[in-house]
Design a protein around this ligand. Structure first.
Ligand code: SF4
Length: 359
C-alpha cells in the first residue's frame, strides 16, 4: 500500500505513452462537440468502431446538430439507424434532442442530474459525454474499461454492475480528476485493441506488470464468460407484388423491432409446413388467402437475443379488401429504401433488388 503513489505514477506514465503512440484517429476523438460525442457514444454501445464509422459519418451529414435531429421525422431517424440494432437507442436520441431543443435551447446540459433525466442517458453515457465533451471528472465504465480494470484487479470482482464500486475506486485512485477524460479514452482503447475479450495481447500490454490476471494466467476467465443460449426462430414472409409495388406493413410501436417496416408473415409453429405457416399467417394478418406461392429465398440473421431464418415466398392475395391503410403500404423497391426495416428483411430487399437488375 505504501508503494501505491509510485505504482500509480508508473501505471499512468506507461498507459499515456501507449495511448499517444497506438490510439486510432477517430472522428469523435480530439473534439469537444457534445452532440457528436453523444451520438458516437450511443452508437458504440454493443457495436464495434469499424461497424459504427459509416453510420456515424452518414448520421452527421443528415443530422449535423441537435436542432436538425429534433426536427427530423422518426421514420427518417430510424432509417438512418437501420442495421445498428437496438432501435430504442435511436428513438431515445430523437426524443432527447427534442427536449434539449425545447428546454435547453439546443445545448446539452452540463449538469449530471439534468443530463441523466434525458431519454437514453444512463450512467455510462452521462459519464462519457460529461467527461469527453466537458472534461468533467466522471469515470466512464464501458465493457472495455470494466474488463481491463477487472483483469488488473484479478478475480476478486465479477462482471456485475454491483461491483462497479470497486472499479470506480480503482479508477479514482489511479487517475487524477483533471485527467479523467484522457484515461477514460486510454483504457477504452486498450480494452478494444489489446485487452480483448478473447486472446488478449498481453505481450503488447503497457501495464502487464501490474496485472493480477496476467500474473496468475487468468486473463481468459476474467470476466467469467456468459452462457449464451440463442433462441432460434423460423418465419415465413410473403413477397406480394402488384404493378411493380410490394406490400409492406408496419410493426407495432411497442416491443421487438418496434415501428420498423417488414413484409407480411410470421413465425412457423412446431411441426407446421412452411406453406401452411404462410397461409395461416397471411390469413391472420391480412384476412386473405394467398395463392400461387413460390419459394424465393432463405436468409439468416442473428439479433442480440435470437437468430432468425426467414423463408420468403412470392405469392398473390385472393382479395385485399381488409388491408389497413395506416399499417399497410404498396411501395416500389426504390421507395422501400427510405423505410426502416429489420436487418433480416433488408437481406430480402437486397435479394429483390439483385433480381430486378437481372431481369
Ligand atoms: S496484461 Fe493482459 S489481461 Fe492484463 S490488462 Fe494487459 S492485456 Fe489485459
Amino acid at each position: 500500500m505504501e508503494n501505491r503513489p509510485k505504482y500509480a505514477a508508473s501505471f499512468r506514465k506507461r498507459l499515456r505513452a501507449w495511448y499517444k503512440t497506438h490510439s486510432r484517429k477517430l472522428p469523435w476523438r480530439e473534439i469537444h462537440d457534445s452532440y457528436k460525442i453523444w451520438i458516437s457514444e450511443v452508437m458504440l454501445q454493443q457495436t464495434t468502431v469499424q461497424a459504427v464509422l459509416p453510420y456515424y459519418r452518414e448520421w452527421i451529414k443528415l443530422f449535423p446538430d441537435v436542432k436538425s435531429l429534433s426536427q427530423a421525422t422518426l421514420q427518417k431517424v430510424l432509417k438512418a439507424w437501420q442495421g445498428l440494432g437496438y432501435y430504442q437507442r435511436a428513438k431515445n436520441l430523437h426524443r432527447a434532442s427534442k427536449i434539449i431543443t425545447d428546454k435547453f435551447g439546443g445545448k446539452i446540459p452540463q449538469n449530471y442530474e439534468e443530463m441523466r433525466k434525458l431519454p437514453g442517458f444512463g450512467p455510462y453515457t452521462t459519464a462519457a459525454v460529461l467527461s469527453f465533451a466537458f472534461n468533467k471528472s466522471y469515470p466512464a465504465l464501458d465493457a472495455n474499461v470494466r474488463r481491463v480494470l477487472m483483469r488488473q484487479l484479478g478475480e476478486r470482482y465479477k462482471l456485475n454492475p454491483a461491483n462497479d464500486k470497486a472499479l470506480f475506486e480503482f479508477f479514482k485512485f489511479y487517475f487524477p480528476p483533471k485527467e479523467t477524460s484522457f484515461f477514460n479514452q486510454a483504457l477504452m482503447e486498450l480494452g478494444a485493441l489489446v485487452c480483448r475479450p478473447k486472446n488478449p495481447l498481453c505481450f503488447l500490454c503497457p501495464i502487464s506488470q501490474f496485472c493480477q490476471a496476467y500474473e496468475e494466467g487468468k486473463q481468459e476467465v476474467i470476466p467469467r464468460p456468459k452462457n449464451r443460449n440463442y433462441r432460434k426462430i423460423e418465419a415465413v414472409v410473403a413477397i406480394i407484388r402488384k404493378n411493380r409495388k410490394y406490400l409492406i406493413q408496419k410493426r407495432p410501436s411497442k416491443g421487438l423491432l418496434a415501428d420498423l417496416w417488414e413484409f407480411p408473415g410470421g413465425k412457423r409453429k412446431e411441426g407446421e409446413k412452411l406453406e401452411e405457416a404462410l397461409h395461416r399467417e397471411i390469413k391472420e394478418e391480412l384476412s386473405s388467402e394467398v395463392k400461387d406461392e413460390r419459394f424465393l429465398t432463405r436468409v439468416h440473421h442473428a439479433y442480440t437475443q435470437f437468430q432468425v431464418t426467414l423463408y420468403a415466398y412470392e405469392c398473390s392475395l385472393k382479395n385485399e379488401t381488409q388491408l389497413n391503410k395506416g399499417r399497410h403500404r404498396w411501395v416500389t423497391l426504390k421507395a422501400l429504401r427510405s423505410y426502416p426495416v429489420p436487418s433480416g428483411s433488408a437481406k430480402i430487399v437486397k435479394f429483390l433488388e439483385e433480381r430486378e437488375k437481372i431481369r
